[in-house]
Write a protein that binds this ligand. Structure first.
Ligand code: CA
Length: 263
C-alpha cells in the first residue's frame, strides 16, 4: 500500500513537472527591449546609400543603392577606406548583400536580378533571378534569408535561389512590416525596420520577434541627414562578437553594445 501510494505521488509529481515545463516552453516569452552604447565609430563614405552590410576577416563588404550610384564595396575597418568597388549598371538599384561559400551575393530592388561575386577582387561570377522585390539579405550558412519590405522573410536555397519556406515576422500585436537590411547574429535574424530607429531580433524558426533594439539618438549626434538617409545596415564580426550599424549616407559606422532595458 505504502509503495503504491509513493508510486502515485511520484507519478503525480512527474506529471506536474513535465506539464509545467511544457507550459513554460509553449508560452511565448515576453519581448526583450534593448538600448545601446557606442563603443567605436568608423568613418563611412557619405556617398554610400547603404543597403547591405557585412563583416568578414577585417573588412566590411557593403552594397549601395540608387540608380547610377549602386555598387558593391570592400571597406577597410581602419579608417573606413574603400579598397575595392564594383559599380552596377545605372539601370540597377543595389540592395541586400551576404557572404555564402566565400562568394558575395547581392540582390537588387525591383529588377528581380541578383549577382554573385568572387570575394577576391569582387569579380562577377554569375547572375540569378527571383520573384519578389529585393531588400535585405543574410545567411546562416545553410539558407539565405531575403526581405522585400513586407513582413515576410523568404528562406532560399543558396545554390539555386529557389524558395524553401517563408517566415511571417510578427510580435504579439501582429505582423511587422517594412523589414529591410538583415544580419544573422548568434542564431537570430536581426532586421532594420525601414524609416525607423528600431531593429528587431527574429526567431528564424517561427518568425516571432523576440527582441527590439532602439537606436534612437544615434544619428542625431552626427551630421544632418536627408529624409531618405535612415538607419540601414547591420554587420556582425562573429570572431570578436562585434556588432556594427550604420545608415544611408551616414558619416559613421558605429560599433555598439546592447543594454537590456526590459523586462
Ligand atoms: Ca547585413
Amino acid at each position: 500500500m505504502v509503495r503504491g501510494g509513493m508510486t502515485k505521488i511520484i507519478s503525480l509529481l512527474v506529471i506536474l513537472i513535465v506539464g509545467g515545463l511544457a507550459a513554460w516552453w509553449l508560452t511565448p516569452k515576453p519581448l526583450v527591449n534593448y538600448g545601446y552604447k557606442v563603443v567605436n565609430k568608423i568613418p563611412h563614405d557619405r556617398g554610400a546609400f547603404t543597403q547591405g552590410l557585412l563583416f568578414h576577416e577585417g573588412f566590411f563588404y557593403e552594397s549601395t543603392g540608387g540608380y547610377g550610384t549602386s555598387s558593391v564595396r570592400k571597406v577597410q575597418l581602419e579608417g573606413g577606406v574603400v579598397r575595392l568597388r564594383w559599380d552596377l549598371d545605372a539601370s540597377l538599384f543595389g540592395e541586400g548583400l551576404t557572404l555564402w561559400d566565400n562568394q558575395l551575393v547581392q540582390i537588387t530592388w525591383r529588377s528581380r536580378k541578383g549577382f554573385v561575386y568572387d570575394l577576391d577582387g569582387l569579380k562577377l561570377a554569375r547572375e540569378f533571378t527571383y520573384n519578389s522585390e529585393g531588400w535585405g539579405l543574410t545567411t546562416n550558412g545553410v539558407d539565405l534569408f531575403m526581405s522585400d519590405g513586407s513582413d515576410k522573410i523568404y528562406v532560399l536555397n543558396p545554390m539555386t535561389f529557389t524558395n524553401r519556406r517563408n517566415l511571417e515576422v510578427h510580435d504579439s500585436k501582429g505582423p511587422i512590416k517594412n523589414l529591410n537590411e538583415l544580419e544573422y547574429i548568434e542564431g537570430k535574424i536581426w532586421a532594420n525596420i525601414w524609416q525607423t530607429d528600431d531593429l528587431v531580433i527574429i526567431n528564424p524558426q517561427n518568425g516571432r520577434v523576440e527582441g527590439r533594439l532602439s537606436l534612437k539618438g544615434l544619428r542625431s549626434t552626427q551630421d544632418t541627414y536627408g529624409g531618405e538617409d535612415v538607419l540601414n545596415g547591420i554587420a556582425y564580426d562573429a570572431d570578436e562578437k562585434r556588432i556594427f550599424v550604420t545608415g544611408k549616407r551616414w558619416a559613421y559606422i558605429y560599433q555598439i553594445e546592447l543594454e537590456r532595458k526590459s523586462p
